[in-house]
Ligand binder design. Sequence first.
Ligand code: COA
Length: 390
Amino acid sequence: MKIGIDKIGFYAPHLYLDMTKLAHSRNVDPDKFTIGIGQEKMAVPPITQDAVTLAANAASEILDEADKEAIDFVIFGTETGVDSSKSAAVYVHELLGLNPYARAIEVKQACYGATAGIQMAIGHIAMNPDSKVLVLGSDISRYGIATPGEATQGAGAVALLISADPQVMALEDQSVYFTSDIMDFWRPVYSDKAFADGKLSNEQYIAFFSEIWNRYKEKSGLGLNDFEGIAFHLPYTKMGKKALKPVIDEADNDVQERLKENYQISTEYNRVVGNIYTGSLYLSLLSLLELKSDLKAGSRIGMFSYGSGAVGEFFTGILQDGFREHLRAAQHRNMFASRKEVTVPEYEAIFEETLPTDGSTVKLDTNNDPADICLAGISDDKRQYVNKVK
Ligand code: COA
């Protein structure tokens, strides 16, 4: 039985910051951000968006009534969840009106959470072929104003519907995963901003990819020549390129060209959204699938997932006949085109506007947020969400 990605949804907030303008304001050469790091725009989340609403907006664009009935498992990968106890999946389950006979949980391991969710979903579908699983990767990346990580912030979510006989991509059985305790990136429970040893995280990402790739080759008997493209977890768009560099010579010259070209295409969406942590790998996959017009069914795509701390995994999928008809390239083009630019002072003001943590009530104005699903406030320490179209 084939099991894999049946649909992919994506949502980014309606505001963005131009990285060249950020560079000028930080007295940095803009080429450092646009070439050295490889980011052009950064999605800026208004206070009315959080990990829950971003995920719910991403999922609502793909689910029809039959999907809502068939989904009996919601797995929410996030490292910027809104509650230490209740899972973000339960909120999304309610906001989207899903079948009540469902499991709903949150999974955490930095940017790896959604990948763990997909692997759990595969096992669930193997046991329950008529079920569908909604896997969400949703985050707001916050390092702080004028920090080294600032240029790698972002916000957004990817929603993946996992099912038998998938319309987009069948996931293959071979996969290699690896864990090692490394303090390259963490966020203690008392902080709303991540702590990162940026250089160490770069080194470990590259080392994990080499380790896992070598093991994958031994296990599968496949090599780079067997891949049309590889999508990477992209904290910023230069990162995957750094990991691919030490191994790319293994491929024939024409394959090297193809992998480099497809890598470039797989970074386009991420370049204008920024780091969305758990969703970043899947945003990169979506970028490749939606923007490469001559991608053929039957092609094998590799996916490298890395979650600091750290867990990494390499796994693969085969594009299915007619996969393009089940993507939403035009909607995503419109989503990007209708975003509104904010100035650096506006971004800084939005960044500093945080929700109360002292139990006080706040009512937020959702009229300025065009998203269907928004955070409307907090009352009695409970988040109040609204789905404007439900
Ligand atoms: N023109 C072109 N490139 C330039 C440049 C210029 N004027 N100035 C600098 N660069 C390049 C550097 O050479 C470097 O490229 P390289 O890594 O390929 O050598 C890149 O821009 C970044 O410069 P660097 O000095 O290393 O940046 P930094 O120390 O300010 O921080 C990160 C970069 C990624 C470490 C930082 O943004 C960070 O900590 N991010 C969060 C953690 C993260 O994303 N980790 C990734 C793994 S999960």
